[in-house]
Design a protein around this ligand. Sequence first.
Ligand SMILES: C[S@@+](CC[C@H](N)C(=O)[O-])C[C@H]1O[C@@H](n2cnc3c(N)ncnc32)[C@H](O)[C@@H]1O
Length: 437
Amino acid sequence: MNEDAKTGGTDAQETLIRWKTDYWKDPAVVEIYSRLMREDKGVTRLKNALEVGLCREHLAGERILDIGAGTGRASLPLAREGFRVTAIDSSQAMLDQYRAEAGETPVELRVGDARLLEFADGEFDTALGLNVLVHFPNWRDILAEWRRVVRAGGRLVFDLYSQDHVDAVQRSVGLPPDWSHRDKRFVSKATGEVVDGSLMAYLNRVRATELAEAADALGLSIVAVLPYGAVISGSDQNLWRLNTLADQHSWERLLTWLKADARLFEFGLFLEREVAGRLATPAADHCMVVLENVADPARNAAWLMWHRELSAALACGIRHADLAALVPAFDADWKQRLNRHLDWPRNRVLFHLLWSCFWDHPDSLTLEDFLEPRHLEAMNLWRRHWQMDQATTSALRAFRDAPEFAGRLEYADIDLRGGLEYELTREVLTEYFRAFG
Ligand SMILES: C[S@@+](CC[C@H](N)C(=O)[O-])C[C@H]1O[C@@H](n2cnc3c(N)ncnc32)[C@H](O)[C@@H]1O
């Protein structure tokens, strides 16, 4: 039997999977990846804490199989805690790095293929796959194999990207044709090689209905599907943020503070876990999926029904009472904690940038439902300032570009108009409008 036939793939799928698999065998890629993990800064730090924390929380039992383990981000902390960890990866170079980082910590490392596991049925309590299944278009077949090695009642924990998110953003605000970067050619940071964007940027996206169907077909039941990626950037693109203040350089700059500012970091985690993570899959780009190895179609149907209601409520405009009716955790205490986070100035700035996602669609979020008056006032004031600043800048740009000035604001052949509007904006806002007095 050839490799394609054994793993159930088509030629195109196999090319993609082979490329994704081989990519991680390159020592230069391993070096970059492990350095990024070691540095643990900015959004990587948030992503690590969030993803690893979610895996930790949803384990069942002691015997853990980490599939596509890489350098041990998900399972090394578990091995250090005393879990019995077996980790497989198709890249020996990744496992070498895992071993180097593990030191004396007992963990069994094996080269292996995520699609054909060399373990007996029911050998593990939990199968984990972090940032792995996202690369495989044939995710259902792979889940069947992962399920095989998990005992009855054990768990499968893995992440996927959300097609519901893409659909919802497309329906509501539209997406630019190049949003997925798929058609672009990338230059690999590790090798300098030009890479076909359809391979590099491929991340599978799944709908909640498809997940529920797959769970039914495989005899699994849905414990949780937790959206995330509201704040995290990089390959986690919250598409609601496109073309808003949370899609600019200032947003990225703010996120570089995640390592130095513990309160900003805690707020980032709160937004991911206690806001996005409690919503439905349209809310964010990515999600952590927790399945139990028990056939329970009624449980899956109930989950899907709840998910549909929550998605419909979100599409009609985010109001606190509607959310709290479907998600009890959005209670008065949660609201108080949100407002406490906003007492820290940098958190207010982050929130303000995120709130700009809703500005062009005033009915999509009732902010007064969520914020205490002092924060609501600050948000509205900052927004007014922003609007005034934008209006003034664009008026002054038009003034700068007026044909009458062409050639007049020149000195020694240098065009002095560039940047003129920056000088004038401040003057006009402060002196003329007395905007910030
Ligand atoms: C994005 S890395 C994630 C590593 C780790 N789970 C983490 O979250 O840091 C993807 C990993 O999947 C591994 N991988 C790719 N294709 C695989 C396959 N067919 N079987 C097993 N592992 C595979 C790669 O070698 C790489 O280590």
